[in-house]
Design a protein around this ligand. Sequence first.
Ligand SMILES: [Zn+2]
Length: 712
Amino acid sequence: MRDLIVRSIVLLVAVTMLVNTTTNTSQAVIEENPLLAKWEGPYGGIPPFDRVQIPLFKPALEAAMAEQIAEIQRIAKDPAPPDFENTIVALERSGSTLERVSTLYGVWGATMSSPDYQAVQREMAPRLAAFNDQITQNEALFKRIEAVYNSPAKAKLNSEQQRLAWLYYTNFVRAGARLSPEAKKRLSEINQQLAGLFTKFGQNVLAEETNQFIVLKIEEELAGLPQSLRDAAAAAAETKKQPGTWVIMNTRSSIDPFLTYSDRRDLREKAWRMFVNRGDNGGELDNNAIITEILQLRAERAKLLGYQTHAHWRLENSMAKTPEKAMELMEAVWKPAVARVHEEVADMQALADKEGAKIKIEPWDYRYYMEKVRKAKYDLDQNEIKPYLQLEKLREGIFWVAGELFNFNFTPATNVPVAHPDIRVWEVTDKTTKKHIGLWYFDPYARSGKRSGAWMNAYRTQERVNGEITTIVSNNSNFVKGKPGEPVLISWDDATTMFHEFGHALHGLNSNVTYPSLSGTAVARDYVEFPSQLLEHWLSTPEVLQRFALHYQTGKPIPQELVDKIKRSATFNQGFATVEYLSAALVDMKLHLAGDRKIDPDAFERETLAQLGMPKEIVMRHRTPHFLHIFSGDSYSAGYYSYLWSDVLTADAFGTFVEGKGPYDRAVAERLRKHVFSIGNTVDPAEAYRAFRGRDPKVDALMKKRGFATKS
Ligand SMILES: [Zn+2]
């Protein structure tokens, strides 16, 4: 899963607290609870990860919420007539304590979760939801925001300020600020119920990923697995207390390689079934009933807010604007992608027949035969690439790219506390001026209590409403930690993901705005994957490969011949990748367009896929019962299409470099910084894109990138 964590609605209103107005009670709490304290130390203050104790979270969240409510009351009851400064800027300055506490709380939830943490989470999720509603439903506060938004004085504000006023007004209206008191009450009940259900959904998936695994007891069961996977499985057996065996974990980073290499078709089927049935196994951890309830509550909420469906509500402030527009793109790509899958399956079937396998390709055969076809067609073996992809060398590679494109320099920061000893921190500065830009935390390894996949997070956003505040960002992934002193080798896909997440980090680090709510990655959901997907393109540049794709034993760069093979096979398997993803995106959208009828998720998924003509050899990348993007929170709901939407921009934007002097064209990079990476949400994304590209995006580049036929 490639994604990022953006500031949730909890952090809708942000920034530094006014210390002198803090009540005596909360001052007392601050002294006792280190999570409430201002961040101290170098770099404008750093998060006190060394002082976190789980029992501190609940009182810290409570005190921080109380403090923000008091701040909000002061703004709402200000006797002075509402203006931009005393209302919108004051809101931007409120809630800084809660923002800091939420950062620590969120990092623990994503990377250090434990049963005692989860108990706090179950209790606090509905309360945080109710707290948000208390702000957005504050009548006097909304009246002031509305007055600022509608005032003739607005025209005198600069464009960033006008956009901020628009954002507050829109967010409040979208959150129900104009509803009747009864409707507001119901809305808040719905939000609290949803928060509880999202938490339960996520915890169920984590439990199924942790509790279920496959134990391989004899060597024959490892047939086909390369040494690195055998080592990883042996290491996993240690953590699962199954000494002398090999364990295949129920996570994507374990299952995908197993399905790719295991010669044992029976075990592939077993592993595949375990993985695709997460959350769908009956009993306590089954997510189906939770999904039905979430969908009904979302539909009811959309109606209350005056929208046709949840999808219409969610997309209103996206770049696509309407579900119809998003569906149009998905449908345009779906047909050529499915056609490509049929070709891919035919190739695999032919190969299996030639081998005398006497099978029909099933979903648990796809990755396995795909790899064989790759070898046959392109003479390319993924295992041949891996020795050149050392995690730490690639990290140096992304730093180098950031230096070339954005003039950034990275230096280890060893004086910074971290949540776990595996996490390392770098200071980012400008190469020329040496000016401090921000901090980059890197948490690369899997461990229990850490969610699967890879993501970026912002611990603090850049802003200057209270002096120059620099950003703190992190990249997180789940590589299996190697033996001490041995380099961690990763796959080409994982290297691509590394560049992707670093793209999000650069989006944060380049931010150059005034107001925190408009900063860094706080952009429309279907625009936020554009900078990150764009950065993926730099992995395959010769400059990076020759310097950083070095063989872990010989130190020699990856041979040109191998690079050429990678290039030739660039569109290989795009049918699978696109259909796997797009089927999930289409089911997501259709679930949220279905209105308030009671939905049986399994039946809905089956019927929708049948209608779409889903190839039976492929399963959705995230089946409904464990689709964390859309059911562990609202943020990607009716929004999984965003990756495709952003990729249209990505493919089209990379064309600017190709048409120029290539990927390291300084002039194009400067335009990219100016119009995309530095502006956050201060400009409408469609306008910003036009400023960068000189025109609107075209879908052709995407079709070409994936090797699909376009209608000419
Ligand atoms: Zn992403």
